[in-house]
Design a binder for this molecule. Sequence first.
Ligand code: BG6
Length: 277
Amino acid sequence: MVVCTEETFAGQPCRRLTLPGGDSVLVALQGAHVLSWRSGGRELLYLSPRNVWDGRSAIRGGVPVCFPQFNQRGPLPKHGLARNSTWQALSSTQDQGALTLEWRDDDASRALWPQRFTARLTVALTPGALRVTLDVDNTDAQPLAFSGALHTYFAVDDIAQASLHGLAEQAEWDAVADRHGVAADVLRFAGEFDRVYAAASRPLLLDAGGHRLRIAQSESWGQHVVWNPGADKCATLADMPADGHRRMLCVEAAQVYAPVVVPSGAQWRGWQHLSLV
Ligand code: BG6
């Protein structure tokens, strides 16, 4: 039986799910942001120790929900509005091993994005695995177009030793060099790495050093994004310690290029599923 508790982390209201075996997940109401996932006695997500924790500024680490815009591909703030907004925890699903948070359009969202919607993020915890699901309901009379990501920051022992498997031959856009190509069999990381991949049909495998994770995503996401700022870019990020880049790798379930279009009254669902192997 999973236990759901209310707690604060760095002054921010959160909910925690805990399994009898000790696995737990901590979610902030700001952004429906997963801050921590513990399994097998270790923390599996990276969370920067330099976050501002003012309830509004984007949180660096965990699982940022980027919606309704990926990065700077549109007129909205970088990575959209969801991560800077306060979501509501819905109590009804807590006893089923899952926690759902909801965010509906409000005056602040409509001031920047004139769109009616309901977004829900469901975090489902099972032994050794975490599923994060984003649901988007278009409650407007017009179509809803969005891009975005579940921007997961995985903890790695040492980025120089980490490797990502499963993208071989997938179309690759290197955003740093602005170069198109195909992915290598195994991705390794030395310096800034910011690439978009066509979604693979099979799960990816992250070798993080002391543990390995299987990373799957729903077919509704068009791409994966793999990101590490490297030392030089990391030094310019006020919310990261200088060596933070050595301890993290983002592997994101993403919609980067063509936006998803949800017809009036329709729904869209996208998830990312993480499991220890
Ligand atoms: C990644 C992008 O998804 O997010 C990068 O590919 C970006 O280009 C990174 O730098 C982090 O973005 P932010 O806004 O959280 O610093």
